[in-house]
Write a protein that binds this ligand. Structure first.
Ligand SMILES: Cc1cc2nc3c(=O)[nH]c(=O)nc-3n(C[C@H](O)[C@H](O)[C@H](O)COP(=O)(O)OP(=O)(O)OC[C@H]3O[C@@H](n4cnc5c(N)ncnc54)[C@H](O)[C@@H]3O)c2cc1C
Length: 664
């Protein structure tokens, strides 16, 4: 790696040059750097806006899951079958599904090798369990914080290899030349006050882009606060989006962001809502179920049917609860809480004990086997999963005494940036890996996100180490070729900084972006509302540089993030409209208003009428392009690539392998 300070048009720029720069310090980014080094490419660096930021490092769930080929027992499994399971989620390319399946054991054992404590039995079998959208026992877990441990262990590898890390560098632009990525423009968060040092250029032959999901776009979110995302600047640079309509949403607590799945629901808490003054408490679920038993069963099932799924709405299914929570929070503007201190009144005896005889067979026998057919929800929770209470205590929430505020929250982006068989974008030499890459389809097995991140980053590293070994262009050349792109971004920064004011509004703008997305572009999608939201987004984007007010240069990074999020929002909302224009109906983790559709239950507004998708678009993929000049999007649709069925004759493959004919 080389560092030079170059003068250009009266400005001085610090330029770092190297073969490959990796963006992001999550599980995917660290793995990319680790693998590149191991595969022989040592001229690399990792750039991150914050070492300890991002989803991998700061999130978790009841039993955070990693998905892979079955590696224990006598249950038959195969690479092809895993690929079919991934592919079966719909709108997923089969060649990528096969790669994710084939490389899952390698990537998994790599994590085992570096110390991620996945459990095995006395015979060395890595035992598994069944996860959602799967029929086998392929899932495993290192506990509630699997992704955090992965990130920490991978970071240790990167440090052991002495790979250079540039911390506190926020990438604000991907520099391109004729359809290929050639570098990055970053904001040096350590030098925001110093205009000569504020911007840094990374001049690289390749960029591995592991910037995570576009979390900052949502107000109701279970992504960690420290994850914002940087999908917008990649779209702006010409990287295509894929399946960006597909994300996952579900119930989570919002003060401390945590999925409320598993035992948090199975102990049957009370769902209450209050008005904005804190009064008028109501057990609001009651009005929408026919019997208390039906309501209690739906709450129970929410435990293992966590993501919102429109197929589980009708007939008082568990996803009806997500709709009712949205109805309270977004439509009625009330706050919703889970109360573990009392039993739901509807379904309780006069003495406050729950009448367990009202429960259906599944819920009753589960609670019976768990020895929990008694007491209050918090007592059942202590009996069934004590650490679940402690976890909240660690975050200063006492479930024994207080209500837990909740919302339907964004959790994961199945879609994202397009990548080919080697995770290379249509923008050559840019490799989106991890959650920013949209490999997944409409439904995916739980745990496949973490596998995909490890496989994609390994795959990109393989390709770069083999095919893209050349040095980057010289420093003067990148400044000249990308001069206009750099100048545009610096001008945007100057415009933001030109609006210094005692009263800043960067967070107000962020709230508006989030409110709009959570209300219109999340699990409830009404076409007319999305159109209006898109107009607002475009308008905001158009005047962001003049409307943004900063009170200190320390807020400049947030202004650039707002720009990125608005770009992302414009593309994502446009993609939703395009999907609807293609005749797309409710599927995945969202409900689309359809005037000819069915209302989930009487008493709800017409906007919840919907029709379940018949699968007409499940064999197609939507590709999104952002036109930088027109600030507009175009979409195309193509058939999914089927799962390759090929005869793997050893001698033929070996021959091709020795001749260097595989990684190309
Ligand atoms: C509550 C919750 C539970 C989950 N449970 C599971 C599960 O059980 N199984 C599963 O498979 N998946 C799960 N996921 C999803 C999974 O955790 C994530 O998809 C995965 O951790 C993302 O890893 P990543 O490395 O791609 O991105 P991240 O870990 O988000 O890292 C992104 C990195 O990029 C950096 N970055 C972003 N923008 C910039 C920029 N402009 N400049 C420089 N750096 C930047 C960030 O600071 C961060 O370091 C869960 C997610 C959530 C929120």
């Amino acid at each position: 790696m080389k560092k030079r300070v170059i003068a250009s048009k009266g400005n001085y720029y610090t330029v770092y040059s190297m073969n490959t720069v990796v963006v992001g310090s999550g599980a995917a980014g660290f793995n990319a750097a680790d693998r590149l080094y191991s595969f022989g490419q040592e001229d690399i660096a990792l750039v991150t806006e914050g070492m300890n930021k991002g989803t991998s490092r700061n999130t978790g769930s009841d039993k955070q899951t990693y998905y892979k080929l079955t590696l224990s027992g006598n249950q038959l499994d195969s690479v092809q079958e895993v690929a079919e399971s991934l592919f079966g989620g719909g709108s997923m390319d089969g060649d990528l599904a096969l790669v994710e399946a084939a490389m899952s054991p390698w990537c998994f054992y790599h994590l085992v090798d570096i110390g991620v404590p996945f459990p095995h039995n006395r015979y060395g079998e890595y035992v598994g369990y069944q996860t959602d959208h799967d029929l086998r026992m392929r899932a495993t877990s290192a506990g509630p914080l699997t992704s955090k441990i992965m990130a920490e262990k991978l970071e240790a590898e990167v440090r052991r290899k002495k790979i250079r890390i540039f911390d506190r560098q926020q990438v604000i632009g991907i520099l391109t030349e004729q359809g290929r990525a050639v570098g990055l423009l970053a904001l040096d968060l350590n030098s925001l006050e110093d205009k000569t040092q504020r911007y840094v250029i990374f001049n690289a032959t390749n960029i591995v882009y592991a910037a995570g999901g576009p979390a900052g776009m949502y107000r109701s979110s279970v992504y960690p606060v420290s994850q914002t995302g940087a999908t917008g600047i990649a779209l702006e640079a010409g990287a295509a989006g894929k399946n960006v309509t597909e994300s996952q949403y579900g119930l989570a607590s919002i003060k401390f962001r945590w999925n409320l799945s598993g035992t948090y629901q199975q102990v049957l808490p009370r769902y209450v809502s209050i008005n904005k003054d804190g009064g008028d408490e109501q057990e609001f679920l009651r009005g929408y179920f026919e019997t208390p038993g039906q309501m209690l069963d739906a709450i129970f099932l929410k435990g293992y049917q966590w993501p919102f799924d429109p197929r589980k709405v009708l007939e008082h299914g568990s996803s009806l609860i997500d709709i009712l929570v949205y109805n309270e929070t977004v439509i009625k503007r009330r706050k919703v809480f889970l109360d573990y201190t009392k039993n739901p009144q509807w379904g309780s005896l006069p003495n406050g004990e729950l009448d367990f005889s009202l429960l259906g067979e599944e819920a009753y026998s589960y609670l019976q086997k768990s020895g929990a057919l008694w007491g209050k929800p918090v007592e059942r929770l202590r009996k069934m999963n004590g650490p679940a209470i402690e976890l909240y205590k660690e975050h200063k929430i006492n479930l024994c005494e207080e209500y837990l505020e909740i919302a339907v929250c964004a959790q994961h982006n199945n879609g994202g940036l397009y990548g080919d068989l080697w995770w290379e974008s249509n923008l050559k030499h840019l490799f989106p890996v991890g959650e920013v890459n949209g490999t997944h389809g409409v439904y995916r097995p739980g745990g496949s996100a973490l596998n995909s991140g490890q496989v994609g980053s390994t795959r990109a590293a393989q390709y770069i180490a083999r095919q893209y070994r050349e040095a980057p262009m010289n420093e003067e050349r990148i400044l000249s070729v990308c001069g206009e792109q750099i100048a545009d971004k610096i001008a945007l920064g100057a415009a933001f900084l030109g609006n210094m004011s005692l009263e800043d509004n960067v967070w107000e703008i962020r709230r508006e972006i989030g409110k709009r997305m959570s209300a219109c572009g999340a699990h409830i999608r009404v076409p007319a509302q999305i159109k209006k939201a898109l107009e607002e987004t475009k308008e905001m984007l158009g005047c962001l540089s003049t409307k943004t007010k900063l009170s200190t240069p320390a807020q400049l990074p947030y202004a650039f993030q707002n720009y990125d999020l608005l770009l992302t929002q414009a593309v994502y909302l446009s993609a939703m409209l395009d999907y609807m224009e293609q005749g797309g109906k409710s599927r995945g983790s969202y409900l689309i208003y359809d005037p000819a559709g069915e209302l989930p239950v009487p008493g709800l507004a017409d906007m919840f009428q919907f029709k379940i998708d018949t699968g007409a678009l499940l064999d197609k993929i939507q590709i999104a392009y952002f036109d930088r000049e027109k600030k507009d999007c175009q979409f195309s649709w193509r058939k999914v690539i089927p799962v390759p069925q090929q005869e793997n004759w050893f001698e033929t493959i070996w021959d091709a392998y020795r001749a260097g004919g595989i990684i190309k």
